[in-house]
Design a protein around this ligand. Sequence first.
Ligand code: BEZ
Length: 211
Amino acid sequence: MSLRLGDAAPNFTVSTTEGTIDFHQWLGNSWGVLFSHPADYTPVCTTELGAVARIKAEFEKRNVKVLAVSVDSLDSHHGWIKDINETQSCSMNFPIIADEKREVANAYGMIHPNADTTATVRSVFVIGPDKKIKLTLTYPASTGRNFLEILRVIDSLQLTSQHKLATPADWEQGNDCIIAPAVSDADAERLFPQGVRKVKSYLRYTPQPKA
Ligand code: BEZ
């Protein structure tokens, strides 16, 4: 059975390029992004790890720790990191798990046998401070992910965990938000004093609350 939203994120203890990590302990009170790569020394993965390293400060600003998984060895990862730094204008600044026994890959359902029997697909799991799965995303090996989209989703997840709001299509920081359907009109006026714009009884907007 694959992991679903709201499920507990399985814990694991693994070797990484930054030492042994107990996942839950390492996360502490942070949010987490756990993302898999089909293999070391592959072109798309190389660009993805570089992309995340370049915007790591954006994850930190949001209290998010990032952790990559690849089923190759630590030696292989360390050699590959030299190539990533050389080619992607970055300095690798987050750990990569050496998941040679595929313990993490199997626990998180990152191997999709009808796509590839041994390599992981490109999975992303966003995990909340309560260690529950908040987002899952699965891309094929041939398509690199957009990590700005992952930051955008994290912004929405963090906002909607604090307020009775949802975010509309293509929402970005600072845009108007949607008032959750379960909130009555009277409560909406009280909860969102910055204004309620009612387009339909079920479609009500309010400016994004200040952080
Ligand atoms: C890559 O990361 O470049 C890749 C991996 C597997 C298949 C295709 C591309």
